[in-house]
Design a protein around this ligand. Sequence first.
Ligand code: PEP
Ligand code: MN
Length: 358
Amino acid sequence: MMGKELEQLRNRVDEINLQLLSLINERAELVQEIGRVKETQGVYRYDPVRERAMLDLIKENNNGPFENSTIEHMFKEIFKAGLELQKDDHRKALLVSRKKKSENTIVDINGEQIGNGQPHLVFGPCAVESYEQVASVAEAVKAKGLKLLRGGAFKPRTSPYDFQGLGVEGLKILKRVADEYGLAVISEIVSPNDMETAVQYLDVIQIGARNMQNFELLKAAGQINKPVLLKRGMSATIEEFINAAEYIMAQGNGQIILCERGIRTYEKATRNTLDITAVPILKQETHLPVMVDVTHSTGRKDLLLPAAKAALAIGADGVMAEVHPDPAVALSDSAQQMDLNQFDQFMNALKLPSQIQV
Ligand code: PEP
Ligand code: MN
C-alpha cells in the first residue's frame, strides 16, 4: 500500500527533523558555553582556523548523497547562527532600547510630561543676549499657555570670532526669567566642567549636535539629576545617535529626550535635511521621547510650520523652534528665527487641540 509507505517515510522524516532540532540546540548551548569561556579569557569569538578544521572534518566524513559544497553551505549557516548567539549573549540589549524596556519613558520637566502622547513645544531665542530679550519671548510663550523656554548661553559657533554666548551670565538670566514667568528652561552645555553649575540654573541640559559624540560630556550628563535633551549630530547615523543616548543612560540618567535637528546632506535648499522618518525609527528602537527642531533642520522660516506639522503627524513628542523679539539684530541665527508676530501666526496655524490658551 503506497499510502501507508509514504506515511511511514514521512513519520521517519519528522522524527529526524526533531532529532536535528535537538542536536542543533544542543550544539548552540555548547557554543554559548564556549563563548563564555572565551570571554573570561578575553579571546575573540570568531575563529576562522577552528571553523576551517570543523568543515574539513565534516567533509572528510561525508559519504553523500549530499555534495561537499552543499554540506559546507549548510554547516556554514549553523556556524553563523552560533556566532550570532554568542554576540547576543555578549551584547545585551541597550538600556535605551525598546527591547530592554517596552513602555514609553516619560520625561518630567516641572510637571510637563514629555512622551505622554501630547505634543510639547519649546520656543526661545537662539542665544541669550539680555534679560529683556529673553523676558519678552517668555511673555509670549507664557501667553500661549506654554511652559518650556529655550535659549543658548554657551554657543558652539562655526567661527571662533562669532558671538560665543554670555556663559554663566546667560544661565542666570534664564533662571531669573524662568522664576518670574513660571517656565522651565532648556540650555546647551558644552563642557563637562560646567555641568554642576548649570544644574543650579536650568531645568533641562541640552547637548548640541556638535557635541553628540563628546563622550566625556555625555558621561557628565549621565551623572546629573536633570533631564537631558540630546540633539542628533550633524552627520550621525541613527545608530550613533542611539549609542550617544546610551552613554548618558549607562551613567544612571534615563531622563533623556532625543531631538532630530536635521543632518548634513548634499541638498542646499535647506540648512540641513530634516530626517523625518528618524522620528518613528527612534520611537520604535528606543523608549525615549523624540522631538524635532524645525529651526536648525530647515533654516527657513517658510518651512517651520509644515515641518512642525509633519513632525507631530509622524509621531514626535514635541517641536522646538527659535523665537526672537527682533531677529534682525540677533547675535546668531538671525535669518531663521521667528519674531513675536510670526510666532503668534505659527501657533495659531499649528492648531493644537490640547493647547490651553490663557
Ligand atoms: C541650538 O539648539 O541652539 C543649536 C545650536 O542647535 P544644534 O546643536 O542642533 O545645531
Ligand atoms: Mn540657533
